[in-house]
Design a protein around this ligand. Structure first.
Ligand code: AMP
Ligand code: MG
Length: 307
């Protein structure tokens, strides 16, 4: 197929999805919430990593839906940004925490979902091994500095949850300190919500087999070696312990005001689509309106015409 034909075919698929309506047949926040309607909290192994809840289409259709809906996300983000420009104090903000095992697709999610929005009002922050300076402070110190300002959306690529995940499994902190942190995290997030930040937490859930394939793909492509960290294999060796640490973190810190979502991520296109829908739903809940005009448009038009 020629390039033109390719583009035409893609457009035809895209037209099937409207930017105004969710392409998912389920309420994404109900379907993917770690806490079920019955109040039970799911652990990652309870969720099929290969699933596509609420979406019957294939990969091409999934990508078309992702792209169609990114216009809606961008519009809502502009509304939020406008609210922040009008009221620097009281405008809401949004924090999306993204966690997941190595190769789960955190980086790609940053690129596609966060990248669909206007960089003026959106920021991503990645948290790796703490620096010397960061280690001198409480674990939340470096997190506080990256929290969103009113009107902003911030997406965390890893987060304060590493301090109860890798720290628990690898014993980087004493168990009593790790146990203290769940409460500290609850209080920290609760305070952020009270101050006007919507907090959404996403675990990109991949299967061990899919991770194996992704790591092998990285090893087989020299252009991707920069992404390969030999330490990832040590983490993989403790797969079940990490899954358990996730389960504990989710049970300890899920609440209606700072909910956890377990997002199937063996298909990257689905996880991106689902997180985009979660974000759209959060922003729609804010019920934002364009700021009231403070100019006399007719008078300005007359001035413009006269110039
Ligand atoms: P990546 O996301 O691939 O750049 O890897 C970042 C690495 O930093 C991962 O191995 C994380 O487990 C590690 N990391 C992130 N936060 C912390 C933390 N607070 N303490 C120790 N290791 C961390
Ligand atoms: Mg890595």
């Amino acid at each position: 197929m020629g390039k033109k034909k390719d583009a035409k075919a893609a457009k035809a698929v895209e037209d099937v999805f409207s930017s105004e309506e969710s392409p998912l047949s389920v309420d994404v926040r109900t379907a993917l919430r770690a806490r079920t309607a019955a109040g039970e909290v799911l652990s990652p192994p309870d969720v099929d990593a290969d699933g596509t809840p609420g979406f019957e289409g294939n990969k091409a259709e999934g990508r078309a839906a992702l792209s169609a809906r990114s216009a809606r996300l961008a519009e809502l983000q502009e509304l939020l940004y406008a609210a922040g420009r009008v009221d620097q104090e009281a405008a809401p903000s949004v924090l999306v925490v993204v966690q997941g095992m190595d190769t789960a697709g955190k980086g790609g999610l940053m690129r596609t979902v966060a990248g669909a929005m206007d960089p003026q009002g959106v920021r991503t922050a990645a948290f790796g091994r703490p620096t010397e300076e960061e280690l001198e402070h409480d674990f939340l110190w470096r997190i506080e500095q990256q929290m969103p300002e009113p009107g902003q959306i911030v997406v965390f690529d890893r987060s304060h949850y590493e301090d109860v995940l890798v720290h628990r499994v690898e014993g980087l902190s004493p168990r009593a300190e790790v146990d203290r942190r769940y409460g500290a995290i609850r209080e920290f997030e609760e305070a952020a919500v009270a101050a006007g930040t919507r907090v959404v937490k996403v675990m990109l859930h991949i299967s061990k087999q899919e991770q194996g394939e992704r790591l092998l793909a990285r090893l087989e492509n020299p252009d991707k070696h920069w992404k390969y960290d030999p330490a990832d294999l040590d983490t993989r060796a403790k797969w079940d312990e990490y899954q358990q640490a996730y389960a504990i973190a989710i049970v300890e810190t899920d609440s209606d005001r700072a909910p956890w979502y377990i997002v199937p991520a063996d298909r990257k296109w689905y996880s991106r689509l689902a997180v985009q829908e979660i974000l759209i739903a959060e922003l729609e809940d804010l019920d934002l309106r364009w700021p009231a005009s403070t100019i006399d448009a007719e008078a300005e038009k007359a001035r413009l015409a006269a110039l």
